[in-house]
Write a protein that binds this ligand. Structure first.
Ligand SMILES: [Zn+2]
Length: 386
């Protein structure tokens, strides 16, 4: 792993081993995929570094770990930031977007859908563990790798979608480090690692509300960093999709880019389970994370405020675009064999209990912000730490 300095290699291995993981060394056929994601991740760290206050420490190291699910972890060790991205966080969304965009009944308005066919579509639904998905394909005698879309525009959409999702994941981890979440937790409670895990595992936090508020704050940081890249075509991460000849066929207008962002981020939360934890507020309050549906709608609310604040003309179409992306995403997931969300799956978010829980989290974020400020590596401006 060229991106981990020799100095830091052993410390990264130790970081992985603390929860029984190993650094991941991709096989030769996946080397270029992980090299390009490592480059992207470094560009994200560098982008955040440019916002640092002078004289503030800036060491952040990262690597890939061998876990196959869509998750990550962030920590601080000896005042340096470290985070790991599971190999599943690279491969699971990539696999999903390839299966979606190579399907002839999904996103028919993107590219030339006539070039896609149903051959090789196995109705696998939403796989969340890339090793299990590959294993099951092997057992069924199917190709292990999901096929790529045939149409070049659809192919580029699938890669752009995976980059958008990946940006969000990585900026979320960087957010835990640079906005002071971890330094605060270490000082206050001796916690120096946040293990992202949507389900299972005992919480290291005594207070679930604090943990959930911290997760929402990291989401907001991730959106603050990642969304402008997409909506404004601000290519400071060096995404190669901006150079693709087919890019303009789908991404030339802000409306198209907002749609692509909502679709891609929505898919990420669908993978984490939009239906999870809904319905019983007592149950929600005992989780480490806000329900994924709440996180998703909070994310949409954050980009809406971002665009409103700058009087963006896209606001007159905002709701239509976000709603269409959500409906299209649900249809797409259903078309590949996944569950179709019903309104009762989402309604609890907007129930009085759901709203009360969300405002409790907002209040908690507001209280935490002044405490984070003391530990933050960057200048925290707003309520959300961005
Ligand atoms: Zn987190």
């Amino acid at each position: 792993m060229a991106h981990i300095t020799n100095l830091y290699k052993n410390e990264f291995a130790d970081f992985c081993e603390e929860d029984g993981q190993k650094p991941y060394f991709p096989p030769s056929e996946l080397q270029s995929v992980f090299d390009s994601h490592a480059k992207l991740t470094q560009a994200q760290i560098d982008a955040v570094r440019r916002h640092f206050l002078p004289g503030i420490r800036t060491d952040i190291h990262f690597g890939f770990s061998s876990r196959a699910d869509l998750n990550a972890a962030a920590g601080i060790r000896n005042q340096r930031g470290v985070f790991r991205i599971n190999k599943g966080a690279v491969l699971v969304p990539a696999d999903l977007f390839q299966r979606m965009l190579s399907h002839p009944n999904i996103l028919k308005s993107v590219g030339n859908v006539k070039l896609e066919n149903l051959k090789g579509q196995w109705n696998e639904g939403l796989g969340r563990d890339i090793d299990l998905m590959h294993e099951s394909r092997k057992l069924k005698g199917r190709p292990v790798q999901a096929k790529h879309p045939n149409d070049p525009v659809r192919r580029e959409f699938s890669v752009a979608a995976r980059h958008i999702a990946y940006d969000f994941l990585v900026f979320h981890e960087i957010g835990h480090i640079v906005t002071g979440h971890l330094a605060f937790l270490e000082d206050a409670a001796g916690i120096n690692t946040i293990y992202e895990a949507m389900s299972g595992g005992a919480s290291i936090f005594r207070c679930h509300t604090v943990h959930q508020a911290i997760e929402l704050a990291a989401d907001n940081f991730a959106i603050g960093q990642g969304f402008p890249i997409v909506i404004d075509c601000n290519n400071h991460l060096g995404h190669d999709w901006r150079d693709w000849p087919e890019w303009n066929n789908f991404f030339s207008t802000p409306e198209q880019r907002l749609y692509a962002w909502c679709f891609s981020i929505g898919a990420l939360f669908q993978l984490w389970g939009l239906k999870t934890y809904l319905g019983d507020i007592r149950y929600i309050r005992k989780q480490d994370y806000p329900p994924p549906a709440m996180r998703y709608f909070a994310a949409i609310g954050t980009v809406q405020s971002f665009l409103e604040d700058r009087n963006d003309p896209i606001m007159k179409n905002f709701k239509n675009i976000a709603d269409k992306a959500f409906v299209d995403l649900n249809d797409s997931i259903h078309a590949i064999g996944g569950p179709k969300l019903k309104s009762e799956d989402i309604d609890p978010i907007y129930s009085s209990d759901g709203k009360a829980h969300f405002s409790r989290l907002r209040k908690c974020m507001g209280k935490l912000l002044p405490r984070f400020r003391k530990y933050s590596w960057i200048s925290l401006r707003g309520e959300y730490g961005v």
